[in-house]
Design a protein around this ligand. Structure first.
Ligand code: FES
Length: 297
């Protein structure tokens, strides 16, 4: 597949790496400093709980919508008498207030990006930072500089909106082109009838074992003598759960630390926000068989 122009462009921006190191370090340090409540807050910001899917794309609709209304209201107020000039000011302010949550959720997801994905996310974040700075300056001019500078303030927020479109494009590419925060098991195909994945002796107590279940990787583990199985590919970014660690009934992904219950596949801690597909397991004539507990499609 030929690389798109935006991937080529961003891949060449080596200066983004130290920016990303600093930004990811700051985000990680922020959550670590908060201790245990920090992990709970991080789970909420990822959308792991209570939403059960990524929160950032949902909250970004609010500032984008408000800023769209603001730009339209500014020009309607300027060229007609159908709206007061304050309409655009209020919409701009609403967008900026909502952008705070968008920034926090975005930085939280960004913390667990890597490689080219991380560089694209850095470009997206920097572009949106410019938008917020320009819109904040526009709002300050509107509120504290009187009517004389209102046209300049409108020009600034209009320019900010143009930059916003570019930033939104990068954010869209991050999700739809690169797959950031997309459920890695969304396209998996697995067995809907029992298939043999090994013998009873292949699965010692407490050991994480990866098996092939009709083309889908499954993680099988025996706990208190009973076999359990969930998808082995981490829903967050595809990490191998069989290379993770098991603590009681919870497996931790080796890549970014998402945690899942091996009994039911539920996600316990982010950055993953989707659970793992669950398999039913049975043993017949010493042979271990698995099938998906629910169809994936
Ligand atoms: S791949 Fe990121 S937590 Fe598993």
């Amino acid at each position: 597949m030929a690389e798109s122009w935006v991937d080529r462009l961003v891949r060449r921006q080596g200066w983004l790496e130290p920016v990303a190191d600093a930004a990811q370090g700051a985000v990680g340090g922020f959550y670590r400093a908060l201790g245990r409540p920090g992990q709970s807050l991080k789970n909420v910001m990822h959308g792991t709980v209570p939403l059960g899917h990524p929160l950032h794309p949902a909250v970004t609709d609010v500032p984008v919508g408000a800023w769209t209304v603001g730009v339209v209201a500014d020009y309607v107020a300027h060229f007609t008498d159908r709206l007061p000039t304050e309409a655009g000011d209020v919409a701009l302010a609403v967008g900026l207030a909502a952008a705070l949550l968008a920034v926090l959720t975005g930085l939280t997801d960004y913390h667990d990006t890597f490689a080219h994905e991380r560089r694209m996310a850095t470009a997206h974040g920097l572009t949106m930072t410019v938008v917020i700075a320009v819109d904040a300056l526009s709002l300050a001019l509107r509120w504290w500089s009187g009517d004389g500078l209102h046209p300049l303030a409108v020009g600034l927020s209009t320019a900010g909106y143009a930059v916003l479109i570019g930033g939104a494009y990068l954010g869209g590419h991050l999700v739809f082109g690169i797959g950031t925060m997309v459920n890695r098991n969304a396209f998996a195909e697995g067995p809907e009838d029992y298939v043999v994945v090994g013998t009873d002796a292949d699965f010692p107590e407490g050991q994480l074992r990866r098996v092939d279940a009709s083309g889908m990787a499954a993680l099988v583990v025996r706990l208190s003598g009973r076999l359990h199985a969930i998808a082995a590919v981490c829903s967050h970014a595809g990490g191998p759960l069989d290379e993770g660690t098991l603590d009681g009934t919870v497996v931790t992904c080796p890549w970014h630390g998402s945690t899942f219950c091996v009994l039911d596949g539920r996600v316990r801690g982010g950055p993953a926000s989707f659970g793992q597909p669950l398999f039913n397991v049975r043993v017949e004539d010493g042979r271990v068989q698995v099938k998906l507990a629910q169809p994936l499609h």
